[in-house]
Design a protein around this ligand. Structure first.
Ligand code: SF4
Ligand code: FES
Length: 275
C-alpha cells in the first residue's frame, strides 16, 4: 500500500505548528498505525530530518500512552481500537490520512503528536484511590462483592486514561474519564468510606484543569477505545450532589485543587450547586 500522511509538525509549545505531507510506500496492511509511523521515521532519520514525535508504550491497547486524531476521529475509524491496535488494512491504497494531536487547552502540546496529559494525573491524585492501612493482605472474600457490582466496577476500571474522550468532546470535557475513575471505586464496598470526599475533590480538580463542562453530547463514549459508558458520568454527578448536600451547613466549602505541577487556582464550590 501507498499512503499520504499529512502530519501536524510542531517543535514545541511556543513555536507555530503546520501540516507536512509525507508519502509512505510499501505499507504492509498488517502493520499497525504506529508501525507505519515507525517506517516513516526511519526514512526521515535516514534523510537527516527530525522524526515525528508520538507517544507509545505497550502497543497492546492497555497502557493509554498512544493516541492522536486520524481524519478528525480520535484513534481513527475503528470502534474500540487504539492507534497501536489499528491495522493499516482498514485504509485504502492511495488514501490520504490527516494526523494531528489531541486538541484541548487542558492538554498543552509538547511536540508534534505528543500532548501533556498530566492534568489527568492530578485528577487521580486528588482522590482516585482507596486509603488503606498497610499490613497483611486481608483474607480473600472477607468483603463479598456481588457479580453485577464487580462487573460494573471492572467496566469502569477499563479506562486507560488515553484522553480520546476529551479530544472527541466539542467542550473538551473530561467527564467520562473522571466519571470512570470515580465510579470504579465508588460502587465497590471498599470505596464507600471516602465516596463523598472523592467525588468532591476529583470534580474540583477536573474543573480547575480547564476542561469544559459536560453537555451530554456523547461523543466521548463513541470515541472511547474501551467503550466506557455514559452511565459513569451519572454516577459522578450523583456522588457530587450527595457530597455537596451533606456539606450544606457550611456556607461555602473550599477545596484547593492540587497545584504541584500547574498554576491551578483555588476553587470555591457552592454547596448548593447541582452539577
Ligand atoms: S474514558 Fe475512554 S477515551 Fe476517556 S481516557 Fe478513559 S479510555 Fe480513554
Ligand atoms: S501504546 Fe499502550 S495503549 Fe497504545
Amino acid at each position: 500500500m501507498k499512503l499520504t500522511l499529512k502530519i501536524w509538525r510542531q517543535k514545541n509549545t511556543n513555536e507555530k505548528g503546520r501540516f507536512v505531507s509525507y508519502t509512505v510506500d510499501n505499507v504492509n496492511p498488517d502493520m499497525s498505525m504506529l508501525e507505519c509511523l515507525d517506517v516513516l521515521n526511519e526514512t526521515l532519520i535516514e534523510r537527516g530530518e527530525e522524526p515525528v514525535a508520538f507517544e507509545h508504550d505497550c502497543r497492546e491497547g492497555i497502557c493509554g500512552s498512544c493516541g492522536f486524531m486520524i481524519n478528525g476521529i480520535p484513534h481513527g475509524p475503528m470502534p474500540a481500537t487504539t492507534v497501536c491496535q489499528l491495522t493499516m488494512r482498514h485504509f485504502k491504497d492511495g488514501q490520504e490520512l490527516t494526523i494531528e494531536p489531541w486538541r484541548a487547552s487542558a492538554f498543552p502540546l509538547i511536540k508534534d503528536l505528543v500532548v501533556d496529559r498530566r492534568s489527568f494525573d492530578r485528577i487521580i491524585a486528588s482522590g482516585g484511590y482507596i486509603s488503606i492501612n498497610t499490613g497483611n493482605a486481608p483474607d480473600a472474600n472477607s468483603i463479598p462483592v456481588g457479580k453485577d457490582i464487580a462487573d460494573k466496577a471492572m467496566d469502569a476500571a477499563a479506562c486507560i486514561g488515553c484522553g480520546a474522550c476529551v479530544a472527541a468532546c466539542p467542550n473538551a470535557s473530561a467527564a467520562l474519564f473522571t466519571g470512570a475513575k470515580i465510579a470504579h471505586l465508588s460502587i465497590l464496598p471498599q470505596g464507600q468510606p471516602e465516596r463523598d470526599r472523592r467525588a468532591l475533590q476529583m470534580v474540583a480538580q477536573m474543573n480547575a484543569e480547564n476542561f469544559g463542562g459536560c453537555t451530554n453530547i456523547g461523543e466521548c463514549t463513541a470515541a472511547c477505545p474501551k467503550e466506557i459508558p455514559l452511565e459513569v458520568i451519572a454516577t459522578m454527578n450523583r456522588d457530587f450532589i450527595r457530597g455537596s448536600w451533606k456539606e450544606r451547613d457550611s456556607t461555602v466549602r473550599t477545596i484547593t485543587p492540587m497545584t504541584e505541577w500547574s498554576t491551578g487556582s483555588k476553587l470555591d464550590i457552592d454547596p448548593h450547586a447541582t452539577s
